[in-house]
Design a protein around this ligand. Structure first.
Ligand code: IMP
Ligand code: MG
Length: 181
């Protein structure tokens, strides 16, 4: 029987081009700039997937701001989330009294973000909002929606612009869909 490995996966379709992404990030940056006028938001990126989006986003926000990163891992491997999340790298910034914007690559089951937000909430921020590059159209058991997002995507596996499949494809400047081989 023929065996197919992760290494043969290829991007077969471009969902959003580099130019379309830049335009959407600019729009979200402008929304945040407007909504946080007079404030100094603290952007907290969830590693690793958010780093490309975060880098572009903060350059579209015309406000004094601070940035930090945390890393949360879902127990289990592969493309299905297990439901349990542990913080493997915490932030250094103080959250208390800050206007926090959590930045993620994609909201799928919302397991990761619901856990991360619960932890951040317990540190008494002045406000806490969620900004994701993508919002996946799934029936979520956890009722969580992003306050800001660039694109809504169907329930298929996407890569590029920071999003990976087995740690590959993060460096694609566009968002693509993999073949289902
Ligand atoms: P959630 O906890 O199910 O919301 O998923 C969170 C994480 O799963 C994201 O931060 C991604 O790292 C990963 N993920 C979910 N869907 C995709 C996808 O379509 N492509 C790449 N990574 C994904
Ligand atoms: Mg990932």
């Amino acid at each position: 029987m023929e065996t197919k490995t992760k290494d043969v996966k290829k991007v077969t379709r471009v969902l959003y081009s580099k130019e379309q992404i830049a335009e959407a990030v600019k729009r979200v940056g402008a929304e945040i700039t407007r909504d946080y006028a007079g404030k100094k938001p603290l952007f907290i990126g969830v590693l690793k997937g958010s780093f490309v989006f975060m880098a572009d986003l903060i350059r579209e926000v015309d406000l004094p701001c601070r940035t930090d990163f945390m890393s949360a891992k879902s127990y289990g491997e592969g493309t299905v989330s297990s439901g349990f999340v542990r913080i493997v790298k915490d932030i250094d910034e103080v959250v208390e009294g800050r206007d926090v914007i959590v930045v993620e690559d994609i909201l799928d089951t919302a397991n990761t973000l619901s856990n991360v937000c619960e932890i951040l909430h317990s540190r008494n921020p002045a406000s806490l909002k969620i900004c994701t590059f993508l919002d996946k159209e799934v029936d979520r058991k956890i009722l969580l929606t992003p306050d800001y997002f660039c694109f809504r995507v169907e329930n298929e596996f996407v890569v590029g612009y920071g999003l990976d499949y087995a740690e590959k494809f993060r460096n694609l400047p566009y968002l693509g869909v993999l073949d289902d081989a």
